[in-house]
Every structure is written in C-alpha cells, then in structure tokens.
Design a protein around this ligand. Structure first.
Ligand code: SF4
Length: 596
C-alpha cells in the first residue's frame, strides 16, 4: 500500500482505545502501539516532518491494522503481550521481557503473605494483575497492608522472628510471626483483601461500613476512624483489572458477530494466561435464525481449527445444544487433544467475550466498508450501502420481437428468483429509449401496487441518454429519491445524477465490477428471451397455412419439437402422438408439398 493510501486508510480508524499494528510487505508485524484514540494516534504518524523512528517505520510499512479494547489500561496489557509474542523490530523498548508486575497472595500458606512479582507460577498462590503502570501494583500493595495488615515478609523471615519487625510498628502488619493475631482473625483480613483483588469492591465497602459502625457503637473510635479512612482510600481503586487471567490458562476466546448473511469470528488466543495473538474469519450464514447462526459458528470453528493449534479450552459466545457441543468436541478431539468448551457463566468470561465480540463486529464493519456495494454507494454519493440493485436491458432485432429484462442483485449477488421478462407492448420499431421507459414504468408501478420494497438503485444498460429516460420516469412517478445509474459499454463510464458528465473508475474497482456484472446479466437474460421469442415466431410462421392447425396445435408441436427441422423429420406416427392421427396426416402432406 502506498503512503497516500495508508494515510487515507487511517483516517477511518475509530476514535476508541486499541492496539495498532504496522506490517511490512510480507505481512510481518514490525511495530505495535497502543492508543486511547486509534484515530488520533495513528493519524499522527502521518504528520509532516516525522522523527527518524517514524520515518524508518513508515519506510517499511505496507499496511496498518488495529484491534479494539475497552480501555487504555487494557491496551497496555495487550500491547505488552503482543510485543512479547511478535517481537516487532521497532519495539525495542518492550522487546526484553520487562513484563508488568503482578501481586501474589500465597493463599496456600497458613498466614498468607503478599508480594510483588513479574512471574506467574503454578504454585497454589493467587496472582492478580498485571498492573500498568507498574506503580499501581505498589499502591495496591501499600493499601492492602495498611488496611488489612497482611504480612509482606519472606517465609524464612516469618518463621525465624522472635519479635515483630518495623511493619508492625507502622501498623502495616498484624504480626502473625509471633502470634499477635490468630489464624481465624488473620484470614478474615485476607478475605477482605481478596474481595478487592477480585474486583468485588462493592461487597468490600459494605463489609467495611459494618465494621466501622460496629466499632463506633462499641466506642472504639480509633478503630472506627481506621475503617472510615480505609473506605475513603478505597475510592481510588475504580477500574478493575480485566483482560488477563491469573491462572495459566491456554484458552481461545471466540467472539461472534453477524449482519444479514455475513458473520465474523474473532478469536483471542490466550496462552499461559496472557492474550498472545488473535485471528479473524468471515463466515457466510445461510439464514437469520439462531440454529443457522450456531451451525455457521460450528462450521467456522471446525474450519478454523483445521489448521490451528488447539487450546485446552474454548470460550464460546453462546451455549450450544448438547448434541452440537458433543459433535464439535468430538470433531476437535479427533484432531488432537481433548478440548473443553466454556460459556460466559461469570463476569470475567463475559468481559473477555465482550472484547472478542467487539472485534468481530469491527471485522464485519471493515468487510462491509470494503464491499463493492459500499464502494458503489460512496461513488454515487449515497448514504447507505446499495443492498438491492435492479438492472434493465432491452433486446430486439431491428425492432422486431422487442423484449426487456429486469435482473435483481441482493447484497451484490444475483437473485434469479426475482428476475422478470417483459414483452414490449407500446413501442413499434427499434426504440430502446421508449422500451426502457415502458419496462421501468411497468416494474415500478407493479412494485407500488403490490406494496413491495423498492430497489436501492436502478441500473440501466447504456449512457447519458438511457439515464435521462430513466430519470424522467422516476420523476413522473414521484420516485426521484431512488438513485439511478447507467454504464456505457466500451468506455465503461458511469453516469448518474451525481456524475452527469460521467465517471471512469479504476478497472479493478469492486463497484465497477459489480455494475458490469449487473449489466452482463441483464444483457444475457434479455438476449435469451429475445432468441426464444424469435425461435417461437419462426416455428409458428413455418406452420402457417396448414388446414386445421390452430394456435393450440402449434403450441403443442413447439413443445414437442425443439426446431422446425426436427418436426419435418418426424414420422406421421410421432406427429399423431402430439396432435392426433388426422391432423398428423395433414401436416405431413402439407410439409411434403411446401418444403421440398
Ligand atoms: S511483623 Fe512479623 S509477620 Fe509481620 S512483616 Fe514483620 S516479620 Fe513478617
């Protein structure tokens, strides 16, 4: 992609938090960044006089993509994860494993201690985080020790103390090392700390209020003041940690979105508890009901995992029926290791799915924006994608057997069940303009009379003149709001109200290709009908003058024999099976006398 194209592309990036990726010609990620507003941040790379680093990045960039997240904080976590995974050449700062810190609460000990760590281990302790900025972890630790007096010493120190350390004097530890608090009372405080770490802040506030009131009633004013101050400090901890699992999960999180007959899968790959990468896939959905959605999701997943590493677990957006889940698991099991299907039964899973679903919707939107129907709408200056196009063409031979065709394209696809053919009734001679007028008027009047939806665009095969005729018909029927366009053959120039002097699109344009497809289909359908009419006429005229053979008999013969030549070769017996023995004899005799 050229510099100007990239610049144009990033103008459409959303004004939302996210991660952006610069990719080179080979599709490799060369730089990853995070932004509170993707729109503003990525656009800033294209300001005049960029610094050397930006110049270097842009000189190797062929495409820029992005992911949406819920907040800037999440963006930091995911950015870090992705950088560790992809190791982009221009992300020197985070390439070394300077990961964000976690808080570790050793709930597997009798008197759990609290510590800061950058490594999550499978050791029975609980881990929370990562915290970004790292200072947030220290603030949280400081709050927890002051509020709940949880110890922070090493186990070796804890076991060897004969008297409390300075932490006790500072009221930051209840000194379980020397038995100044029993196990039960210490655990009550640990449980309160866990409430905050697990994001159950409201429940903790409730408990602290009870403690404060109780202390106050018992005239323990110092203690009541402690809980009051704790409650006040608690207000600082607004945003909960969302994206990262503190368990070492290997899980894929499947987001799903659909619109009409298009669907999208967006999958976050969480490995060892961190979101490492993501994948997106577009799907075709046969219909709108839930069962069809589920089937499309199932098939999409099977196709996806056909070529992908299987995780231990897959978090799905909706509950599959028992037999569907069994079928999916069975199929996945057959490919590699057993896979456990999970559903959003708690807040954390819901949050992860929400994020994946947002990105699936985005994938769909991007696809929609790049579709020929959306491009066509942009080209014609329309404010919504062109979902239904009706195309008209006329066919005749020197004005003889003049017919019209009407083809319908829904969402860019031919809908043959909706095609219509017209015998031109009001026009004599080769007058394409008048024939277009007749077909278009008849079509629109019929749609209105039957209260059927009107098209989003009417397409006429032809140039300025044909467009003019169609626009006059629309005005007469008071339907000026329906856009009309035409496409001139050879030059491939589009004419419409927005482009009265014509518009020439790039030959690779999806919008142009779609119009060419509509034109070719309308032409094919009109010519086919015209040929049929001519064949019928010539068949009929060859049989003119046969005594006793009327229109009904001619029709029977036409249906039985494809061409007059076949009829001439048929035996009297074969003819009699179609029109009876008496008429068969007459026909045979007539043909032998008149067609020697
Ligand atoms: S007072 Fe005892 S338990 Fe508390 S931090 Fe110091 S040594 Fe550890």
């Amino acid at each position: 992609m050229k510099y100007e194209e990239l610049k144009q592309k990033v103008k459409d990036f959303p004004d939302r938090p996210g991660i952006y990726f610069f990719k080179n010609l080979q599709g490799e990620i060369i730089y990853i960044g995070k932004a509170r507003s993707l729109h503003n941040r990525v656009k800033s790379y294209f300001l005049p006089q960029p610094d050397l680093k930006v110049q270097n990045i842009l000189s190797e960039t062929d495409d820029i993509d992005y992911l949406l997240v819920n907040s800037e904080k999440e963006a930091s976590f995911i950015e870090n994860n992705y950088i560790q995974f992809y190791q982009p050449k221009f992300n020197l700062r985070l390439k070394d494993d300077k990961s964000f810190p976690f808080l570790k609460l050793a709930v597997n000990d009798d008197f759990p201690g609290l510590s800061l760590t950058r490594r999550v281990e499978d050791d029975g302790a609980k881990y929370f985080g990562p915290f970004s900025p790292a200072d947030d972890a220290r603030k949280m630790m400081s709050f927890l020790t002051r509020a709940f007096q949880i110890r922070t010493c090493e186990n070796s120190v804890f076991k060897s103390r004969r008297r409390p350390c300075l932490e006790y004097d500072l009221k930051m530890c209840s000194a379980p090392c020397v038995g100044l608090i029993n196990r039960e009372a210490y655990w009550q405080e640990v449980d309160r700390a866990l409430l905050l770490l697990e994001g159950k802040k409201t429940e903790l506030e409730h408990q602290l209020r009870l403690k404060m009131d109780q202390a106050s009633q018992e005239l323990k004013f110092e203690e009541a003041a402690h809980w009051r101050d704790t409650l006040k400090s608690l207000e600082r901890f607004r945003e909960t940690q969302r994206v990262i699992s503190t368990r070492k999960d290997n899980m894929d999180i499947v987001g799903y979105a659909w619109q009409g007959k298009k669907g999208a899968l967006f999958i976050f790959h969480m490995r060892a508890g961190r979101i490492r990468s993501s994948s997106g896939r577009l799907l075709n959905i046969p219909g709108k009901d839930e069962q069809q959605q589920r089937r499309a999701l199932n098939e999409g997943l099977l196709a996806f995992y056909d070529s992908q590493e299987l995780p231990d677990k897959i978090l799905l957006p909706f509950q599959l029926k028992k037999e569907e889940a069994e079928a999916l698991c069975y199929d996945l099991k057959n490919r590699s290791t057993p896979v456990k299907l999970l559903y959003p039964d708690n807040k954390k899973k819901k949050v992860l799915l929400e994020l994946a679903e947002q990105n699936a919707s985005l994938l769909l939107e991007k696809e929609e924006e790049a579709s020929p129907t959306a491009e066509l709408a942009r080209v014609l200056g329309l404010d919504k994608p062109v979902e239904r196009i009706e195309g008209i063409d006329i066919s005749n031979t020197g004005g003889d057997e003049s017919v019209g065709s009407l083809v319908v394209f829904d969402h860019g696809q031919a809908n043959k069940a909706e095609y219509r053919r017209y015998l031109i009734k009001t026009v004599s001679g080769p007058d394409d303009f008048a024939s277009i007028r007749e077909v278009l008027s008849r079509r629109l009047k019929r749609l209105i009379a039957e209260n059927k939806p009107l098209p989003d665009l009417i397409f006429i095969d032809g140039g300025k003149g044909q467009l003019g005729v169609a626009l006059r018909v629309m005005a007469e029927l008071n339907l000026n709001l329906i856009p009309v366009c035409s496409l001139a053959k050879k030059e491939e120039i589009i004419f419409s109200s927005a482009h009265p002097e014509g518009l020439r699109l790039d030959p690779t344009s999806g919008a142009l290709k779609l119009l060419q497809q509509v034109r070719d289909e309308a032409h094919r359908f009109a010519v086919g009908f015209h040929r049929q009419r001519r064949a019928k006429k010539s068949f009929s005229s060859e049989l003119d003058g046969i005594p006793g053979l009327g229109p009904a008999g001619k029709k029977k013969l036409r249906l039985a024999f494809e061409a007059v030549e076949d009829l001439k070769k048929a035996s009297e017996e074969e003819l009699s099976r179609v029109v009876g023995s008496k008429l068969a004899k007459t026909i045979k005799q007539f043909l032998s006398e008149h067609h020697q």
